[in-house]
Write a protein that binds this ligand. Structure first.
Ligand code: ADP
Ligand code: 5SP
Length: 460
């Protein structure tokens, strides 16, 4: 039996699954926390990776490894491959002005869509590079290579050869803002526009191309961004719509053609199989529930019970979840809002319900942006472990919600990619899909309208 390892180096933690390469059966797993904050030194990801690998019983018997990781984070290296400054993560909004400047400088949103299939917001790497050039010129002057979290971890696993050896894949490259998914080429002119110079960028590998080997001889897969890995992990096919509730909330679909949305709501990413992954992302998902549980002094499980005690629509209490600013819609300065509170709705149950419904309304906006009106969505991510989220989701999304058995679908997708690279077959291995539970429910009358009204009261 050959074993493969899949890694999810996401915002909050590093998770590793070790699976049978042929059947996909789970053999061992491990996890370790990442530090808080929107600026993190990549060494912290490496430490967490090592802790997670140890908890998973080590990787010595693994034949191939692939890394899925949070998208967009700016990892800058000097000529010796040393990290120049802590990475700015996807949810760091300090480059919001850089984003709007860059959009203007190229000639508006349509010019960006034509160039790279996405209109950059503060999450995109290209805007972080502009911020660095403007605010930390001494650090910027030392940068010789720029890469993403999964590129850097894959390179570390290869033993940190020279910076010219760094690789990436189509999926993650499509979140930089200087690689065109439609053309499959870098736009170094955009890198220069943002940064003033053109540091080295990773070589873009094909979906099942080897990135190299570890010093121990394990084959390295190309890896990918976490959403692309999740799509591979749940086995999403063209037309399937997936909603992930992690630190970010994302709604995405596998597509045979790249998206081109000049409103900027839908990013026209590539996927991990050679196709495309139109995606809308919110900055506020599972951590909104964590925050309200903290405010109420309860566990996530109790928050879920409380939310299910209040009536659908929480008797008009609305929570707008923009606790970290927002990206869909693009309001980086926005804050959260509780609207419609009366004596009768000033209860823990109403607040819990409003938090779940408000977080899901934010995701429903992302789903609307995809413009697909799906009859069902697949729900994954840490937030999908909440009973209240699973039961309330259909009443907000207005469609059936299919929840695969709780698991680590990003790490699973990376493991499946590793098995694919090992097998050298044209398609990924046909691992058996996870068991699913189906949730249905009538849309709650007036809920999304009340949410939209509250959302648009304060338009920072
Ligand atoms: N049973 C649960 N109920 C509600 N939220 C949960 C539960 N289990 C995990 N979570 C939440 O899931 C989030 C982590 O999800 P995950 O998909 O791993 O995030 P990320 O990939 O962004 O690191 C945390 O904010 C955590 O509170
Ligand atoms: O920025 C995006 C997608 O464009 C985020 O989805 C990040 O990829 C972070 O993902 P999680 O850590 O929340 O899974």
């Amino acid at each position: 039996m050959s074993l493969v390892a899949g890694v999810d180096s996401s915002t909050q933690s590093c998770k590793i699954v070790i699976r049978d390469a042929e059947t996909g059966a789970l053999v061992r797993e491990g996890r370790a926390a990442h530090p808080d904050g929107t600026e993190v030194h990549p060494d912290a990801w490496w430490t967490a990776f090592q802790q997670a690998a140890e908890q998973a019983g080590g990787l010595d018997d693994v034949a191939a490894i692939a890394v899925g990781a949070q998208q967009h984070g700016m990892v800058c290296l000097d000529e010796n491959g040393e990290v120049v400054r802590p990475a700015l993560l996807w949810n760091d909004t300090r480059s919001a002005k850089a984003a709007s400047d860059l959009v203007k400088e190229l000639g508006g949103p349509q010019a960006w869509v034509d160039a790279v299939n996405s209109v950059p917001v503060a999450s995109f790497t290209v805007t972080k590079l502009r911020w660095l050039a403007e605010h930390e010129p001494e650090n910027a002057a030392r940068v010789r290579a720029v890469c993403l979290p999964h590129d850097w971890l894959t390179w570390k696993l290869a033993g940190s050869p020279g910076i010219e050896a760094i690789t990436t894949d189509r999926g993650d490259a499509s979140g930089t803002g200087y690689w065109s998914p439609a053309a499959g080429t870098y736009r170094t002119d955009l890198l220069k526009l943002a940064f003033g110079t053109t540091p080295a960028v990773p070589r873009v590998l094909g979906p099942a191309e080897r990135a190299g080997t570890t010093p121990g001889g394990a084959v390295l897969g190309p890896g990918t961004g976490d959403n692309m890995a999740a799509a591979l992990g749940v086995g999403a096919k063209p037309g399937d719509v997936v909603v992930s509730i992690g630190t970010s909330g994302t709604a995405f679909a596998v597509s045979d053609t790249p998206a081109a949305d000049p409103t900027g709501m839908v990013a026209g990413f590539a996927d991990a199989t050679g196709r495309f992954l139109p995606l809308a992302c919110t900055l506020n998902a599972a951590r909104v529930l964590d925050a309200i549980a903290r405010v109420l002094g309860v566990t996530p499980a109790r928050l879920s019970e409380l939310a299910l005690q209040a009536p659908p629509g929480a008797d008009g209490l609305v929570l707008v979840p923009y606790f970290e600013g927002e990206r869909t819609p693009n309001r980086p300065e926005a804050t959260g809002l509780i609207h419609g509170m009366r004596l009768a709705t000033a209860t823990p149950a109403h607040l819990a319900r409003a938090a779940v419904e408000g977080m899901l309304c934010g995701l429903a906006d992302a789903l609307d942006a995809l413009g697909m009106s799906p009859s069902r969505v697949l729900l994954v991510g840490g937030g999908a472990r909440s009973e209240a989220v699973r039961r309330i989701a259909p009443t907000v999304f207005g469609c059936q919600v299919v929840v695969p058995k709780p698991g680590e679908y990003v790490a699973d997708g990376a493991a499946r990619q590793a098995a694919w690279v090992l097998a050298g077959t044209p398609e990924p291995p046909a691992w058996e899909g996870a068991e699913t539970e189906v949730y249905e429910g009538e849309p709650t009358p007036g809920l999304r309208e009340r949410y939209a009204e509250a959302r648009d009261l304060d338009q920072h």
